[in-house]
Design a protein around this ligand. Structure first.
Ligand code: FES
Length: 290
């Protein structure tokens, strides 16, 4: 074993010999993640305003919005991705089996555990929040806060072993893709049996595309489909695995971008639906419909 060598470095929080604006990226990331976490927490406690639904009269022309989405009463809706699949504790469908002592939970709380766990243990987000919130490290060649209790880095040990759950959260995240795709389909089904699509449909569809790019480019997914394989050609299964691995590798190159854009768009899709139910915005039908 070689001996570790300590390079000379300035001491004191933020002290460095670097002359570039190293603090800009981490500061922007701290603000961005802070806003996303605050927004999702606020919405996570809400019990309503998560779908556009004609039975509530909000999308069928209330406030003089002629031509707005008049959807539902046959199982269709424009549902916020933060609340999908919809679990209303004690209600019909998936909410029925929820035991009474959990009825205080909002629908979002039941499902956000998995996307939050997936993102929280993602390699990219780990790098981001270790730096901006834990100052571990503050940045390359920049001194950490002197009083930080975690001053010396010990790797992902002890409590941080929980990060190894990422692969299992990934399995759950994969299941969300068909569920959210089904929501896109439901948003095209209008009252009276007609079909069409609104801006809400496009918002949900883009959400599925961005989440697919993020999830299928996950390091754990790439390992799942291509790890431990030496044979890419001998059978159709091997060739299929190679195609999946190539696709995942392609997406993985820009995993950071998929991570940041998909997070923003999930929140925006939710806000869009919230704004429509509040009657601030109108979910305009672009084609078909009533
Ligand atoms: S590494 Fe980022 S989602 Fe898996």
């Amino acid at each position: 074993m070689g001996e570790s060598v300590k390079l000379p470095m300035r001491q004191g929080f933020g002290a460095t010999d670097r002359i570039d604006a190293w603090w800009k990226g981490p500061t922007a990331m701290a603000i961005y993640l802070g806003i996303m976490i605050a927004y999702s927490t606020w919405r996570g406690f809400m019990e309503a305003d998560f779908w556009i639904f004609a039975d509530f009269g909000l999308s069928g022309g209330q406030g003089g919005h002629a031509g707005t989405m008049a959807i539902e009463n046959q199982g269709s809706h424009v549902l916020s991705p933060l609340f999908s699949p919809l679990i209303i504790p004690g209600g019909e469908g998936l909410g029925g089996p929820v035991p009474g002592f959990l009825w205080w939970m909002s629908p979002a709380m039941f499902i956000l555990i998995f996307p939050a766990g997936f993102r929280g243990t993602c390699y990219y987000y780990r790098k981001a929040y270790y730096r901006v919130y834990m100052q571990q490290p503050t940045a390359c060649a920049v001194s950490k806060p002197a009083l930080a209790p975690w001053k010396s880095y010990k790797g992902e040990t002890k409590l941080l072993v929980i990060q190894n759950l990422h692969r299992y959260f990934m399995y759950a995240a994969l299941a969300y893709l068909p569920i959210l795709s089904y929501d896109v389909l439901l948003s095209t089904h209008f009252e009276g049996g007609s079909w069409g699509f609104s801006i809400g449909t496009l918002v949900l569809a883009l959400n599925v595309i961005l989440l697919s790019g993020y999830t299928l480019g996950c390091h754990a997914f790439r390992h799942l489909v291509g790890g431990g394989t030496n044979d890419w050609t001998s059978s159709w299964v091997a060739r299929f695995k190679y195609k999946l691995w190539s696709m995942s590798s392609f997406l993985n190159v820009h995993h950071k971008d998929w991570a940041l854009f998909s997070l923003f768009w999930v929140m925006f899709a939710d806000f869009y639906i919230y704004a429509c139910t509040m009657d601030w915005w109108t979910d305009i039908v672009l084609w078909g419909g009533l």
